[in-house]
Design a protein around this ligand. Structure first.
Ligand code: FAD
Length: 332
């Protein structure tokens, strides 16, 4: 059931050609017992491969999560509790919730990838984060070979961060989630151009999701056409002191105050100002409509994307004194 020298080229949205020493399609919980022999070796947990960068071949086991299923496990007058297998596709889940008129995921429409990866980086878009709909995460602990339950607060969600990403990378295989969805929507329309896109049409979760999908299709390259992993860098968070210095020089710089008094800057704006948008270097480049997205123009190696990312990071430090941290996970 474990295969060897398995190609990962079709399994990552950057389309990088690389091999896994060993590969397991995890489509039943019974197969978790196969992991015992690999306890001492590096484990890489793969979903849709839309947020990883393969820097080279993988020495160790790639566990490809394909655990499926959706089950309504509870409801009350306000909420629906839906259990979902980690190997389900995120966008299909969004459409399923829309069809049932369950609210909460509409702003997160069209994010590529699997359900199980959503808690890892606490996916977010258009002013909403996964943490807001998360009730429970069930994950296999590779260290102690047992199932663990994480309540919402145990996940320590942050901006593109969680306990699974920053405290225990590779230790927990998320097998299923319980989402807490609303019967009555709470619309979030203040972010981006959702309001303009909606125009005069009557407000509904479907209308919001469709507006989000139209905006995303217009702005973001489809990885099937132009391989990429979405936003390559996180938006940097800086102190008010640094912000004031930057605003003195760049009065039009977009910035978003955070609850803790710090300020979020727009990484895409910084990269655009530094004239990287649309640049092409060999097989890699920066997308011409969205400066935050690095692309593989064909046949790129992971190392070339890393080199481009590092050149951008150095330039942004030089020009603005700001560090850009990758949002994409580097493997290995
Ligand atoms: C065009 C495009 C647009 C995007 N837009 C957004 C956006 O708006 N907002 C956003 O937040 N992200 C966005 N992304 C990034 C990506 O879609 C998300 O991070 C998504 O959740 C990744 O899912 P995946 O299944 O492809 O994860 P993978 O790329 O397979 O894995 C990502 C990380 O999660 C870990 N992981 C995956 N599955 C599991 C599991 N079951 N258990 C434990 N760990 C696991 C992996 O080990 C890896 O570290 C975008 C990507 C693309 C290509």
């Amino acid at each position: 059931m474990i295969s060897y020298q398995h190609s990962l080229k079709e399994l990552n949205s950057f389309g990088i050609a690389a091999q896994a020493e060993a590969y397991l399609a995890l489509d039943t919980l019974a197969k978790l017992s196969l992991l015992r022999d690999w306890r001492e070796r590096p484990n890489y947990i793969l979903g849709g491969g839309s947020n990883i960068l393969l820097r080279g071949d993988i020495s160790g086991l790639v566990i490809h999560n394909q655990l499926k299923g959706k089950r309504l496990i509870g409801q009350d007058k306000d909420f629906i509790y839906l259990e979902v297998g980690a190997g389900e596709n995120w966008q299909e889940l969004v459409l399923y919730c829309l069809a049932n008129n369950w609210a909460g995921l509409e702003n997160l429409a069209l994010i590529p990838g699997s359900v199980g990866a959503a808690p890892v980086q606490n996916i977010g878009a258009y002013g909403v984060e996964f943490s807001e709909v998360c009730h429970l995460v069930q994950a296999w602990d590779c260290k102690y070979q047992e199932m663990r339950k994480f309540e919402q607060e145990d996940c320590r969600f942050g901006y593109r961060d969680s306990v699974f990403k920053s405290v225990y990378p590779g230790r927990f295989i998320i097998c299923s989630l319980v989402l807490k969805l609303r019967r009555q929507p709470v619309f979030r329309l203040e972010y981006g151009s959702i309001r303009e896109e909606l125009g005069e049409q009557p407000l509904s979760i479907r209308a919001v999701a469709e507006a989000v999908m139209r905006i995303r299709r217009a702005k973001l390259p489809d990885p099937k056409v132009l391989p990429n992993a979405g936003s390559f860098f996180k938006n940097p968070i800086v102190s008010k002191v640094i912000l004031d210095k930057l605003l003195a020089q760049y009065p039009k710089m977009p910035h978003y105050p955070q609850a803790d008094g710090k300020v979020k800057l727009a990484a895409g704006w910084l990269i655009d100002q530094a004239a990287w948008k649309g640049k092409k270097i060999g097989a890699v480049g920066v997308h011409d409509r969205q400066a935050l997205v690095l692309v593989n123009h064909g046949g790129a190696k992971g190392k070339e994307i890393v080199q481009l990312a590092e050149a951008i990071q150095q330039d942004i430090v030089k020009k603005f004194g700001v560090n850009l941290e990758p949002e994409v996970n580097y493997w290995p």
